[in-house]
Design a protein around this ligand. Structure first.
Ligand code: NAI
Length: 329
């Protein structure tokens, strides 16, 4: 029996969590879930969007599966997601992005891994209203965080037999902040046989759309990593299938790339694949590799049999799709 935390989230979060829990249960892996809530609903009862109990639960269990949590846009409380990553020092956001059999896209053989720095940059939340008509956000980049994430990217590349790492910046304009990120990547690269390539983020976006097959591991500061990983999700069929993980020295939180999708929440339309693939990585993390492989096989077979949710060109609901996966397990 494994003890793990589940952060259910909001929007489509509860629907996709329920789907994934059913599939994991059907795989035979025994998990004792500590279900935690966070976000807007929690503020009303507990005064804060991310109570200490959530952090303590992940610390106790070492790993968590997390659904998206809505962040108010342009006002309101700070992102629960950003705060969670900072408090647990989950410094690496790992987002593998590859074609899934049976899911048609414009591109074949996409196989990119996005490694995004997860703790600083414009996400440090250092903002101020200078006067009524002027606001400032500080883009904070440190050598220690930049070297740490560069080392993570290279270690990942070695472990997973990847060919090269491309560091993505705007160091021609942000000469100090992105300059430091680039300099750190160059320094760390000296310790590895794997080559480091360099590209500016605007060109990177264009190249990704024109020919994604030219990229392998992408190493990015926080904001570019956030944007480019959504772009990469688009290359393989959309956010409904893009998995992710937040990894630190002591803990890991597995969650899809996508947000809470309020436009389809509560309609049984959400694609649980991104959450399921994130959960498969979590099963690998806790040593349940065989069960993870079995779930992945059942998922891919479901796609190959033409059973898909609406976002990727199918007509099945979230619950029908979930049943189809379970019947193939
Ligand atoms: P989003 O990722 O929620 O949705 C973008 C588009 O993709 C929408 O049209 C949505 O319907 C679709 N989509 C996303 N996931 C899907 C799925 N599993 N199945 C089918 N379609 C799916 O991005 P948006 O609308 O910009 O953000 C909504 C909220 O989510 C915001 O409050 C944002 O802050 C939050 N968010 C939370 C994240 C997290 O908890 N890690 C990450 C990203 C955004």
């Amino acid at each position: 029996m494994h003890n793990l935390t589940l952060i259910k989230g909001d929007g489509i979060g509860p629907e996709i969590s329920e789907a994934v829990l059913k599939i994991i249960e059907a795989s035979g892996v025994k998990i004792n879930w500590d279900i935690q809530t966070a976000g807007a609903e929690v503020i009303e009862k507990e005064g804060v969007p991310l109570p200490d109990r959530v952090i303590e639960s992940v610390k106790k269990n070492k790993a968590a599966l997390k659904s998206p949590v809505t962040t108010p846009i342009g006002k309101g409380f700070r992102s629960v997601n950003v705060q969670l990553r900072k408090e647990l020092d989950l410094y690496a956001n790992l987002r593998p992005c590859y074609n899934i059999p049976g899911v048609k896209t414009r591109y074949d053989n996409v196989d990119i891994v996005v490694v995004r720095e997860n703790t600083e940059d414009l996400y440090a939340g250092i903002e101020r209203q200078v006067d009524n008509d002027t606001a400032e956000s500080i883009k904070r980049i440190t050598r220690s965080a930049s070297e740490r994430i560069a080392k993570f990217a290279f270690d990942y590349a070695v472990k997973n037999k990847r060919k090269f790492v491309t560091v993505v910046t705007k160091a021609n304009i942000c000469k100090l902040s992105d300059g430091l990120f680039l300099e750190s990547a160059r320094k760390i690269a000296e310790n590895y046989d794997i080559p480091l390539k360099e590209i500016l983020v605007d060109n990177c976006c264009m190249q990704l759309v024109q020919n994604p097959n030219q990229f392998d591991v992408l190493l990015l500061p926080n904001l570019y990593g956030d944007i480019v990983s959504d772009l990469c999700a688009g290359l393989i069929g959309g956010l409904g299938i893009a998995q992710g993980a937040n990894i630190g020295k002591d803990y890991a939180v597995f969650e899809p790339v996508h947000g809470s999708a309020p436009d389809i929440a509560g309609q049984d339309k959400a694609n649980p694949t991104a959450m399921l693939m994130s959960a498969i990585e979590m099963l690998n993390f806790i040593g349940e590799v065989e069960a993870g492989n079995a779930i992945r096989k059942a998922l891919f077979k479901t796609f190959e049999d033409g059973i898909k949710t609406v976002d990727i060109g199918g007509s099945y609901s979230c619950s029908e799709f979930t049943k189809a996966i379970i019947s193939r397990l």
